[in-house]
Design a protein around this ligand. Structure first.
Ligand SMILES: C[S@@+](CC[C@H](N)C(=O)[O-])C[C@H]1O[C@@H](n2cnc3c(N)ncnc32)[C@H](O)[C@@H]1O
Length: 247
């Protein structure tokens, strides 16, 4: 009965189309505005994975586009390091908070309200695009992630870099029968017809695609027009990272 209960819980992901999944995540973040701009989150600064990825690129300054800026946790230390930061988020209050928090911490950042899979930036306008806290995984469907990669590619100057982190999980996914049942449910409800194994509704809060194969990651990045300069596959799961360069 518990397995059946969990299976039924997982069906929530299947009734939502990709646009619904983005809106579902937006509503979650709109409810938690205060959390991302809190002093506790800001005090975390850059994570060890983020610092290690940053060390892989030669650029120590330049224009940096930070996708999913939240309250400015990464924006503030990156601006302190000397990058000219533009933060993007689909929650206007968070963009405002990030700018205010940055000013409070003695640095200035620009802010824009956009949905990252529909990113719209002038061509060749950034040296680095940054998407961390496993947010690469939060874009629903491979098709939408590829579209985002193409838009990031366009926003980068030649010789620029895209740094991102994603959710990595190697444990066994659900059984083939459960996968088939999910797909049938999506078909019957005209819901998430682009469902892929690894897609989950993380804590019933937002869409996440967990990657479990290096080949899948490499083929997705290549299809989006990027060469892999560095790939961090975590030994025990959770946050993986990549440094990519436009081809
Ligand atoms: C997990 S929080 C991380 C915030 C910040 N980067 C940090 O690490 O503290 C994700 C942030 O990305 C934003 N976000 C999530 N999905 C987005 C989307 N599709 N388009 C734009 N912003 C998005 C959320 O509003 C939230 O501020």
């Amino acid at each position: 009965m518990i397995r059946l209960g969990r299976f039924i819980q997982s069906l929530a992901l299947m009734v939502m189309k990709p646009d619904d999944l983005v809106e579902f995540g937006r509503q979650t973040y709109a409810r938690g505005v205060g959390c991302w701009g809190s002093d506790d989150v800001l005090a975390e600064g850059l994570s060890p994975v983020e610092t290690a990825l940053l060390e892989k690129i030669p650029e120590k300054q330049g224009r940096l586009l930070l996708l999913g800026v939240g309250g400015g946790r990464e924006a503030i230390p990156l601006a302190r390091l000397g990058f000219e930061v533009t933060g993007v988020d689909f929650i206007p209050e968070l963009v405002q908070q990030a700018k205010e928090n940055a000013a409070r911490h003695g640095v200035q950042i620009e802010g824009l309200v956009q949905e990252i899979s529909e990113l719209d930036m002038p061509a060749g306008s950034f040296d680095i695009v940054w998407l961390s806290r496993r947010m690469y995984s939060c874009v629903p469907t491979r098709g939408r992630r590829l579209e985002m990669l193409r838009r990031i590619h366009r926003a980068l100057r030649p010789g620029g870099y895209f740094i991102c982190t994603y959710l990595w999980q190697t444990q066994k996914m659900s059984s083939p029968i459960a996968e088939l049942a999910r797909k049938i449910f999506a078909f019957l409800t005209r819901g998430n017809l682009e469902y892929e194994p690894g897609d989950i509704l993380w804590n019933s809060l937002e869409f996440v695609h967990a990657f479990s194969s290096e080949a899948e990651l490499r083929s997705e990045f290549a299809a989006g027009g990027f060469a892999v300069c560095h790939l961090h596959i975590p030994a025990s799961g959770e946050e993986g990272g990549a440094v990519l360069a436009p081809r």
